[in-house]
Design a binder for this molecule. Structure first.
Ligand SMILES: Cc1cc2nc3c(=O)[nH]c(=O)nc-3n(C[C@H](O)[C@H](O)[C@H](O)COP(=O)(O)OP(=O)(O)OC[C@H]3O[C@@H](n4cnc5c(N)ncnc54)[C@H](O)[C@@H]3O)c2cc1C
Length: 441
């Protein structure tokens, strides 16, 4: 090659190689890997963002102070189709799995307390979806949300005063009454989101205490059709204060036999198998199946909070001047913001990976979903949200510590993400068991 040659001699080989690679890449069966959202995903993301920015954000401080369920906001979301069963189904059908985390991130960017009032129902409807029969889906899932003219919320009641991380300690008992063909439920549930105000309560109870989690089942309890369901004290919380949390008492609550998720026949068969100590996947306990499906979505909520705090802190750091220059002009502040951006992106990648794997699982494929990927996503996102919101307060200084600015609320809201749907310690337990194949305790 001389200096006058316009192209290097190897160029044709490179071109040929590129052509071969191109042909190989488009071979059927190879799935392209891309982080680019398609038009539909971008549109729905923008729609959720607009609602979060225009309706949720302006209302956030007020509902946090009131510590009440923001029914008018739920109604508004239902009217535009953002709250309801159809809205959720449409997000679920996205084969990439990304629509659900995308929308959750935007809504919780708007406000986490209101976000939980909009999305807490999803835990109960997911339990019905993952444990129920198609007949039960059509009977109960729509009812969880009500209609735009009569919006409802639903509650998923697993935790008890003595059974938080340890679901095998659940004492709420469901006994079958052969004479009336009914289940009779007795017990106390703790910290239930929407507990006592929900129309539909999905209740995890033990049918055979000797079988531990394998002796448990989930039951649909329609509050207005039963006697004996009472809400306990509504809890006053550190964060997520626009979301209702309460204990729920069940005192001889009678429900039809058909209200056990999956059906009584399947439950009887499962119990028989468990009694024979046969290893069976169907023996998974009902609440764990629900948590598995929803963990990365909870992670997306945490990312929404973290991103909101990060964006606020970034703007503030550019505008606030000390020592004659914007505070972001100091590496001490700029590097904090760099780390915040980095950690949020890292957490989101874990959430998107788990979302994609979970969608593949639901399609009946077998992705290599075996290293606690859902737990990794939830764990990382929850811890990032706590750290990022704390750093945001630090960047805002004294202002950050006051209720005049939103980052203290975001910090309070973020903390629950290391506690509910499996604490950070429990996520580490799940991951360490998955990577070791051992019963780490
Ligand atoms: C706002 C809010 C909303 C909630 N919503 C719902 C809901 O809708 N439905 C529902 O069923 N529940 C709900 N919960 C309950 C929540 O899921 C539990 O609080 C959570 O699972 C933790 O249980 P616990 O509080 O009993 O803590 P504990 O289990 O008592 O744990 C206390 C501490 O010990 C650690 N720990 C426990 N066991 C281990 C172990 N084996 N190894 C290492 N560390 C361990 C935990 O990580 C934690 O740090 C909600 C809670 C809150 C606060």
């Amino acid at each position: 090659m001389t200096m006058t040659d316009p192209k290097p001699a190897v160029s044709t080989d490179v071109m040929a190689l590129a052509g071969e690679l191109g042909a190989e890449r488009s071979r059927p069966g190879w799935s392209p890997f891309s982080f680019a959202l398609n038009d539909e995903q971008r549109e729905i993301q923008a729609w959720a963002h607009t609602f979060a920015a225009d309706v949720m954000r302006p209302a956030a401080a007020e509902w946090d102070e009131r510590e009440e369920t923001p029914w008018p906001v739920i109604q508004e979301a239902a009217k535009i189709g953002l709250y309801g069963l159809d809205a959720n189904v449409n997000l679920f059908v996205d084969p990439s799995g990304l629509l659900l985390p995308l929308v959750h991130e935007e809504l919780f960017w708007g406000d986490a307390g209101i976000g939980m009032s909009l999305k807490g129902t999803g835990l109960a409807s997911s339990a019905i979806f993952s444990n129920g029969t198609p007949e039960q889906w059509s009977q109960w899932m729509g009812r969880c949300y009500g209609t735009p003219d009569d919006v409802q919320v639903a509650a998923f009641c697993s935790s008890e005063p003595g059974a938080g991380s340890d679901v095998s300690a659940i004492r709420t008992r469901a006994t079958y009454d052969e004479k009336t063909d009914e289940w009779v439920i007795n017990g106390q549930k703790a910290w239930a989101t929407n507990g006592g105000i929900a129309d539909i309560h999905v209740v995890v109870a033990t049918v055979d205490p000797d079988l531990g989690t394998k002796g448990q089942a989930a039951f649909v309890v329609p509050r207005t059709e039963v006697h004996g369901l009472e809400q306990g004290t509504k809890l006053r919380k550190h964060g997520l204060r626009a979301s209702h949390t309460a204990d729920v008492f069940f005192d001889n609550v009678r429900i039809p036999a058909a209200n056990v998720l999956g059906g009584k026949e399947k439950l009887d068969a499962r119990l028989a198998k468990a009694r024979e100590a046969a290893a069976s996947n169907a023996g998974r306990n009902a609440s764990m199946a629900t948590f598995e499906m929803t963990r990365h979505i909870v992670g997306a909520q945490a990312i929404g909070i973290a991103r909101a705090a990060y964006e606020f802190a970034l703007d503030y750091a550019k505008g606030r001047e000390q020592f004659g220059r914007p505070i972001i002009d100091n590496q001490g502040i700029a590097f904090k913001l760099a780390d915040m951006a980095l950690e949020i992106d890292a957490a989101r990648l874990l959430v998107w990976r788990a979302a994609n794997m979970s969608a593949a699982l639901m399609r009946g494929e077998s992705p290599n979903y075996q290293h606690g990927e859902g737990s990794m996503a939830k764990l990382k996102a929850g811890e990032v949200a706590v750290k990022v919101t704390e750093e945001a307060i630090q960047i805002l200084g004294g202002n950050g510590y006051t209720r005049e600015y939103p980052v203290e609320r975001m910090h309070r809201d973020a903390k629950i993400y290391t506690i509910f749907e499996g604490t950070s310690e429990i996520q580490r337990l799940v991951i360490s068991r998955a990577i070791s194949g051992m019963r780490i305790r």
